[in-house]
Design a protein around this ligand. Structure first.
Ligand SMILES: [Zn+2]
Length: 62
């Protein structure tokens, strides 16, 4: 490891899902095939809604 090298930014992608009924949000690691507005699982919180992908973002790994 070279401490003097300017650090390269590695992005860790995350996916934010939101329930369409109770609006509960959950963040998890991005998985292959994720895209905005994709309907994923049933909401674990209210049990009625569907989790829909709200946004996908990258976080710089420290
Ligand atoms: Zn819900």
């Amino acid at each position: 490891m070279n401490l003097f090298k300017k650090k390269e930014e590695v992005l860790d992608p995350y996916t934010v899902e939101q329930c369409n009924v109770c609006s509960k949000k959950s963040t998890r690691k991005f998985q292959e095939g994720d895209y905005i507005f994709k309907v994923t699982d049933k909401c674990p919180s209210c049990g009625n809604g569907q989790m829909i992908i709200d946004k996908i973002f990258g976080e710089v790994r420290k």
